[in-house]
Design a protein around this ligand. Structure first.
Ligand SMILES: [Zn+2]
Length: 65
């Protein structure tokens, strides 16, 4: 499997994702530094992760058992 190109949903920068990047992984755009979560492979699709969610994951109520 070869690396795939995806377009950043925020800044439209083309990003190269290696084939070991799995669905559910988070990547950071090398242009606008947005955090993106891999939603789908082949075709590759990413979604923006809200900044706050990445800032303090322990602050989310659903994190507590
Ligand atoms: Zn970007």
């Amino acid at each position: 499997m070869a690396p795939e190109i995806v377009t950043c949903p925020v800044c439209k920068q083309k990003l190269l994702l290696q084939d070991y990047v799995t669905v559910g992984s988070e990547v950071v755009c090398n242009n606008c530094e947005s955090t993106l979560r891999v939603e789908h492979r082949q075709p590759l699709r990413v979604a923006l992760v809200p900044y706050q969610a990445t800032l303090d994951p322990d602050g989310r109520p659903e994190s507590y058992g």
